[in-house]
Write a protein that binds this ligand. Structure first.
Ligand code: GLN
Length: 495
């Protein structure tokens, strides 16, 4: 089936005229109609908008216009990214019914490249969570096992890839929300270097950590998408003004010969599922066979990363979410004074986890506690950056399992915030230091037959190394397992 192909294969078929963008878009909209009742990856499907975009691409191709490599290929957009006229909820009741009056930079770039936006994907409310169960609307189901979570907060985006509803997706990663969902769905997800992809039009959770990035079913597809969305944007004051590293070339010339791969001592062992560690160690063996040198590195301050993150992220979110005051965006509840309306609206509009974080954040920032909590967390952040700097003097890239476990059952951790937070133990340090990371599938864990993720991290603006190592390992693993790991997922919609 055409929807089972990779994005680059679809792009070739489009270019050769074997299929039109309209046909390809229809095939995906039909697929969504067939399986999304079970998967629930989408909050909104933009049938008309997607087809109009596809007609435009076909027209431009017919008129001989030189199109970008992904023109006509469909994509699923995480609902935290604004798109003009299309509902954007961030998985929250607070923004129900809001249609943004402008496009985010990522969306403008996708549109300019002719990438077809199929719709908006489900997520944990305001990107706070690791399972998509914090969505105010419904949980998303993991296509590998519908009783399990697809990761979070970008579970909708990753599930849409694994269910073959879209070949490409956009995610955002504040502490792991691109990489952890990729790991538990057997897909690929990249958190670019902080500032590498514009945050303009990305609804802010924790501004110093938030980073949008590409999600796909293989490394090369992610690289093409990265090149479409990445690069300097004057609308984002933290955008890096240098050109993005050559990620497509790196994915194509994948070789790890002579590279030093640093295994982070602190990101394995206790708390990691045996089957996940086994696939991780086998992947290291594959890299060694390809000519890489495997070294062990220590990052002693990573132990404090989770604690620092859960002060910094809630602090920033308490400030960012203050804008949802019933006066400007989204819903408005109750009558009376501004304060009464604000109270009633925030009570109804925000879910439990969002409220927990706002309370935690305002507490950590309050006078008398600021230095003890927020100030200390910022110091730990500096120490974590130094751990990375030190480790990168010993290795070209660093590696770890992406998430400590495979996908857990829906409901299993939803009443235990700490157990939920621990899912990001291996991904959070990257965000705190502003460096980049990718998750690729390493295989299926023996205990449960579910996908495990292999994380590769590189220094700031060394994103090309993620693709170079990721693509090399992907080739080796595909031949080890006889086929791409995702091809072993149960077939949905067969009945
Ligand atoms: N799971 C983490 C959190 O709940 C990270 C979320 C994210 O990256 N957006 O904050």
């Amino acid at each position: 089936m055409i929807y089972e192909k990779n994005a680059t294969e679809m792009a070739t078929a489009l270019e050769k005229g074997e299929i039109s963008a309209v046909e390809l878009t229809r095939a995906h909209l039909d697929r969504i109609a067939a399986v999304d009742g079970e998967v629930k990856a989408f909050l909104y499907v933009d049938n008309e908008g997607a087809l109009a975009q596809a007609r435009d691409v076909d027209q431009r191709r017919k008129s001989g216009e030189k199109l970008s490599p992904l023109a006509g290929v469909p994509l699923a957009l995480k609902d935290v990214m604004v798109q003009q006229g299309v509902p954007t909820t961030c998985g929250s009741k607070m923004l129900e019914g809001w249609r943004p009056p402008y496009d985010s930079t990522v969306v403008s770039r996708l549109k300019a490249a002719g990438v077809i936006i199929l719709g908006k994907t489900n997520m944990d409310e305001f990107a706070m969570g690791s399972s998509t169960e914090n969505s105010a609307y419904f949980p998303t189901h993991n296509p590998w096992d519908l009783t399990r979570i697809p990761g979070g907060s970008g579970g909708g985006s990753s599930a849409s890839l694994a269910a073959f509803e879209a070949p490409l997706a956009i995610g955002t990663d504040t502490g792991g929300s691109i990489r952890q969902p990729a790991a538990v769905t057997g897909t690929v997800g990249v958190k670019p270097t902080y500032g590498g992809v514009s945050r303009y039009g990305l609804v802010a959770f924790s501004s110093s950590l938030d980073q949008a990035g590409p999600c796909a079913r293989n490394v090369l597809d992610a690289a093409y998408l990265h090149e479409v969305i990445g690069g300097y944007d004057p609308m984002d004051s933290t955008s890096i003004s240098a050109p993005i590293p050559p990620v497509v070339a790196a994915a194509k010339n994948a070789s790890v010969k002579g590279m030093k791969i640093g295994v982070i001592k602190e990101l394995q062992g206790d708390g990691y599922q045996a089957g996940v560690l086994k696939r991780f160690n086998e992947s290291l063996e594959e890299l060694a066979k390809l000519g890489a040198e495997i070294v062990e590195v220590s990052c002693p301050n990573f132990e404090y990363a989770l604690a620092a993150y859960y002060l910094i992220a809630p602090s920033e979110c308490s400030s960012n979410l203050a804008r949802f005051d019933a006066m400007r965006y989204g819903i408005r509840v109750g009558e009376g004074s501004a304060e009464e309306v604000m109270n009633a609206t925030r009570e109804v509009g925000f879910g439990k986890e969002v409220k927990r974080r706002i309370i935690l954040g305002t507490y950590a920032l309050s006078s008398g506690y600021y230095d003890a909590y927020y100030g200390s967390a910022q110091k730990v952040r500096t120490l974590i950056s130094r751990d990375f700097e030190n480790a990168f003097t010993k290795a070209d890239v660093l590696v770890s399992p992406t998430a400590p476990t495979t996908a857990f059952k829906i409901g299993e951790k939803s009443n235990d915030p700490i157990a939920m937070y621990l899912n990001d133990i291996a991904t959070i340090p990257t965000n705190l230091a502003g460096v980049c990371g990718i998750s690729i599938p390493s295989g299926l864990a023996e205990e449960d037959g579910l996908p495990a993720g292999f994380q590769i991290m590189a220094g700031a603006m060394k994103d090309d190394r993620l693709y170079q190592v990721g693509a090399a390992l992907e080739v080796a693993l595909n031949s080890k397992w006889g086929a791409p790991i995702l091809s072993k997922a149960p077939k949905l919609g067969a009945k």
